[in-house]
Design a protein. Structure first.
Length: 72
């Protein structure tokens, strides 16, 4: 059995709790999904707008380093 890699340690009710990278990633994923669902439900943006923004962020983040940034 593989030993879990500890991402952080928390003290809850006086007891130390180790949080693994896997647990932290899952918690972040669930929180992000809940937030997006709530924002869509409240009609602050549409699912299509969310997908467009995901594409925009992906393109900005993963563009070649020798390219100039896109003009706004």
């Amino acid at each position: 059995m593989e030993e879990k890699k500890v991402a952080l340690r928390m003290i809850i009710d006086g007891k130390e709790r180790e949080i693994s990278y896997e647990e932290l990633a899952l918690s972040n994923n669930l929180s992000q999904e809940a937030l997006v669902r709530l924002l869509i439900e409240k009609k602050l943006f549409t699912p299509e707008e969310m997908l467009q923004m995901l594409d925009k962020v992906k393109n900005e983040r993963y563009r070649n380093s020798d390219e100039t940034p896109p003009k706004k």
